[in-house]
Write a protein that binds this ligand. Structure first.
Ligand code: F6P
Length: 504
């Protein structure tokens, strides 16, 4: 008889608590068992989960939990394009954008991608006049992925200079204006719904800036990236410059769609395709691999172990690579907007769900927040992400010191150090995982992001929550609209703030 989900969780809670040092002492094959290299054609990524507290026994019981949670069925449903977002009656077809999924969705995505390729290449060839700059306005999933990808991949001589602007605070847009020449600037308006206040307001201001600076036909400089092409037409964008994507692609999973337009503009079409190919390699691995050998699933096992069984309320990600400095921001939306839920798919209390994702870059973070990680009272599982190849061309000492520090942190957190002086004592036994890439090229980057998408999905399935809706963001938007409209009373504190600022 297979276990129920409750029974599986109960079995998981009964495991003893060996220290990391004890686990390494007890099993000389621990590194081999928990470190796996994923090959990506000419490059690869090593996923080392050996410095977590996962044991053979825990892995076995987590595999039972995955089975009790219907993980294989849910995964099959996702790849088949079936409804996996029941509260909105939608599929989640981001993998189809990478060529892995329901045949008709893959074909549709290919056709749309071809359209995007033609436009990108036409712009690169100068068909729309000289284009040196692109201001990409979008927010949340319509901004974080492009910003991360452009920052990671387009460092050396980008084909077009891209500025991603999300915030409604005009300071952000003005900063982009400062850096761009209106005569050679295009505007990408990125919004799945084409209704988001921040994006539409920023888009209008960008058009005004073009007009104020002598551009005759500002809307003629706009490309719309959206799942609501009819709204973009209404807004005035010519159909030839509207790049649609499917409604079944969630905002925070949309980097691979036309939302990735600025990435292709900056790095060129071939690299954009390489990014998709790297993600597709992880899709195939995730779809075809069972149990602990499945890397996103294994990572989700560790995530749930710490957040559900050990009470960790946060998880930290430190990129020891400047090219990935925006990764923590990106992962915050992916993980917290997906799995920051209170109820199960059936609307019952869910128990602890997603921990708070936070992080930064090494080595900066070592001189700021690592004190708490080494000696503080919170349990914080950490991911370190690094690249064997350097992103810089300076003296090799830079990258050498960077990598040595990354590995030293993981080792120190695990080993700790006893001292007679309690102030100088480190408890150790603090978990970390290390993702070591050969390099941060487009394929590896795509693989890294897809790994995190699937890890998030796997955790959601085992927590019995829907990772694909985000109703929690609506209430604040509603109240902002009411304040703007006026005529309604709010709580005394809010009223006083409105009065003090002279708004509302
Ligand atoms: O408010 C949250 C959200 O809906 C995100 O999920 C989404 O990525 C973002 O807003 C932007 O939405 P849109 O792409 O429709 O402008």
């Amino acid at each position: 008889m297979p276990l129920s989900r409750d029974e599986a969780w109960k079995a998981l809670a009964l495991h003893p608590d060996p220290t990391l040092a004890e686990l390494f002492d007890a099993d000389e094959n621990r590194v081999d068992k928990l470190s796996t290299r994923l090959e990506l054609g000419e490059t690869g990524v090593r996923f080392d989960w050996s410095k977590t507290h996962l044991t053979d026994g825990l892995l076995k019981d987590f595999e039972a939990l995955a089975e009790a949670s219907g993980f294989a069925e849910m995964r099959a449903k996702m790849f088949a394009g079936a409804v996996v977002n029941p509260t909105e009656g939608r599929a989640a077809e981001h993998t189809a954008l990478r060529g892995v999924g329901k045949e008709s969705s893959v074909e549709e995505a290919e056709a749309l991608r071809h359209r995007m390729k033609l436009l990108v290449e036409a712009i690169h060839q100068g068909v729309l006049g000289e284009v040196k700059h692109l201001i990409h306005v979008g927010i949340g999933g319509s901004a974080l992925g492009p910003a991360l990808a452009v920052d990671a991949l387009a460092r050396d001589l980008p084909m077009v200079d891209v500025h991603v602007v999300s915030n409604i605070d005009g300071v952000a847009l003005e900063e982009a204006f400062e850096a761009c020449d209106p005569a050679t600037t295009m505007i990408a308006v990125a919004s799945k719904t084409f209704t988001t206040t921040e994006t539409m307001t920023n888009a209008q201001s960008a058009l005004k800036w073009l007009a104020d600076n002598g551009v005759d036909d500002p809307t003629g400089r706009v490309v719309a990236l959206t799942a609501a092409p009819e709204k973009a037409v209404e807004w005035g964008v010519d159909e030839t410059r509207i790049l649609p994507f499917a409604e079944s692609v969630g905002g925070r999973y949309s980097l691979w769609s036309s939302i990735g337009f600025p990435v292709a503009m900056a790095v060129g079409w071939d690299e954009f395709e390489d990014m998709l190919a790297g993600a597709a390699a992880v899709d195939a691995h995730f779809r075809d691999t069972d149990g602990r050998a499945n890397l996103p699933l294994r990572a989700a096992f560790a995530d749930l172990f710490y957040s559900r069984l050990k009470g960790a309320q946060t998880r930290a990600v430190f990129a020891y690579d400047e090219r990935l400095r925006l990764l923590p921001d990106y992962l915050q939306q992916l993980e917290m907007e997906s799995n920051g839920k209170s109820v199960t798919v059936d609307g019952e209390p869910a128990g602890p769900t997603a921990p708070i994702t936070w992080g930064g870059v090494g080595t900066d973070a070592q001189h700021a927040v690592f004190q708490l990680l080494h000696q503080g009272t919170h349990l914080v599982p950490i991911d370190f992400i690094a690249s064997v190849e350097a992103g810089d061309t300076l003296d090799a000492a830079h990258h050498h010191i960077l990598l040595m520090n990354c590995f030293a942190q993981g080792a120190a957190l695990m080993a700790g150090k006893a001292s007679d002086d309690p102030h100088r004592s480190y408890a150790g036994n603090r978990p970390s995982a290390t993702i070591l890439c050969d390099d941060i090229d487009a394929a590896t980057f795509g693989a890294l992001v897809a790994f995190h998408e699937h890890r998030t999905f796997a955790a959601a399935v085992m927590m019995d929550i829907n990772p694909f809706d985000q109703f929690g963001v609506e209430l604040g938007k509603e109240i902002a609209k009411k304040i703007e409209k006026g005529g309604e009373k709010f709580d005394a504190s809010t009223e006083a703030l409105l009065k003090a600022a002279g708004v509302g």
